[in-house]
Ligand binder design. Structure first.
Ligand code: PBG
Length: 358
């Protein structure tokens, strides 16, 4: 006998009948023509009644790219419909997002200058810090979460997410000194008004370093949303134009994850939760729905997914060619991410989707 319980039975250990003789889930004699699944698809009210997954504007987070200046609204060529915004324009954008019922904004910054120590990331006068203060003071803030992406790549002259030292390939990312800068960045973001800190750098130990630093500076109540298993993805291509953060040499494969690895993704998540992450942000979304599902099934914590720049741009390119129906495709792409297990979604379509859901 090959049943999983056979050995236990021989040992005379309890092995309940119900596990040995599980009844079939479906009575096969009751298939067609008695069973007709189309019955529940016939009308819109029927479909609505039995719908398993629903999208809501309150599930959506809208990314914003802050840049210095005033009155600036510069379209990103590889992301039509997405802009670099000066702080005053971002405040207007926030008001619109709030009126549409969107959950929050995810803030990125394009600093005036870049250097080796990523000063623009952690300076209290950094562009994201300025943006946070202005947004916090605006009426929109009471209805919107302000989420700070915590990383160094937009602020380092070399475009990497950590501190670069000489190493095997002529260069290497030095993990532990990067933690100090990331923790400093998180604290200055919290001080400027961030409601949530979202580390996206993929250094080992960053969640613990950030948690410790936040707790030590009076921000014990500020949650961490960790990009726990961020993959080294080609789908970030357009973002690097949007955030001016392309690595000047090498790539991110020594710190972001190999797209081939699912088991490792679960280990990354486990470690981030042990270090104190409050919620997860899975990234990218559409090419990694199996990872989203596995994370949902294995960890009982709030989890979102990020429909990244390349996912946005490839859809927009197809819309512009007239190859895909814009409205339906946007909603279906988001629904698929939610069905895979993400409770919330970071998406450049947030405003448009929220309007469609009104
Ligand atoms: C910063 C960061 C990136 C994205 C989010 N945070 C870029 C990267 O890792 O190269 C990508 C987001 C997108 O593509 O929309 N490290």
């Amino acid at each position: 006998m090959n049943s999983p319980c056979s050995e236990v039975v021989q040992d005379k250990t309890d092995c309940s009948l119900s596990t040995l003789f599980r009844p079939p889930r479906y009575n096969l004699s009751m298939s067609f023509p008695i069973q007709r699944l189309r019955r529940l698809r016939r009308t819109a009210p029927l479909r609505s009644l039995v719908r398993e997954t629903a999208l809501d504007a309150g599930d959506l987070i809208y990314p914003i790219f802050l840049c210095p200046g005033k009155g600036i609204r510069k379209e990103i060529s590889s992301m039509p419909g997405v802009f670099n915004l000066s702080v005053d324009e971002a405040v207007r954008e926030a008001e619109e997002a709030a009126s549409l019922g969107i959950a929050g904004l995810l803030l990125f910054g394009l600093p005036e200058t870049k250097d080796e120590q990523a000063t623009g990331a952690w300076s209290d006068e950094g562009i994201v810090q300025q943006g946070l203060r202005a947004l916090k003071a605006s009426p929109a803030a009471k209805d919107l979460l302000l989420i700070a992406d915590t990383c160094l790549c937009e602020y380092t002259a070399n475009g990497h997410c950590g501190v670069v030292i000489e190493g095997r390939d002529g260069w290497e990312i030095d993990n532990d000194p990067s933690l100090e800068l990331l923790a400093k960045t998180a604290v200055s973001q919290a001080r400027a008004g961030a409601d949530i800190i979202a580390p996206s750098d993929m250094m080992d130990g960053r969640v613990e370093a950030i948690r410790d630093a936040l707790d030590a500076t009076g921000f014990a109540n500020t949650p961490i949303m960790s990009y726990a298993s961020k993959f080294a993805s080609a789908f970030y291509g357009p973002f690097r134009e949007a955030a001016d953060s392309a690595p000047q040499f090498g790539d991110r494969r020594s710190y972001q994850m190999d797209p081939a690895n699912l088991r490792e993704a679960l280990r990354e998540i486990e470690l981030d939760l042990e270090e104190g992450a409050d919620m997860l942000l899975m990234k990218p979304a559409m090419p990694y729905l199996d990872v989203v599902r596995a994370a949902r099934d294995n960890f009982d914590v709030p989890m979102g997914a990020y429909q990244v720049s390349g996912e946005y741009s490839m859809l927009v390119a197809a819309f512009e060619k007239g190859w895909l129906d814009r409205d339906r495709t946007i909603l279906e792409s988001l629904l698929g991410i939610k069905r895979a297990g993400a409770e919330f979604i970071v998406t450049y379509f947030a405003k448009e989707a929220a309007k469609l859901l009104k």
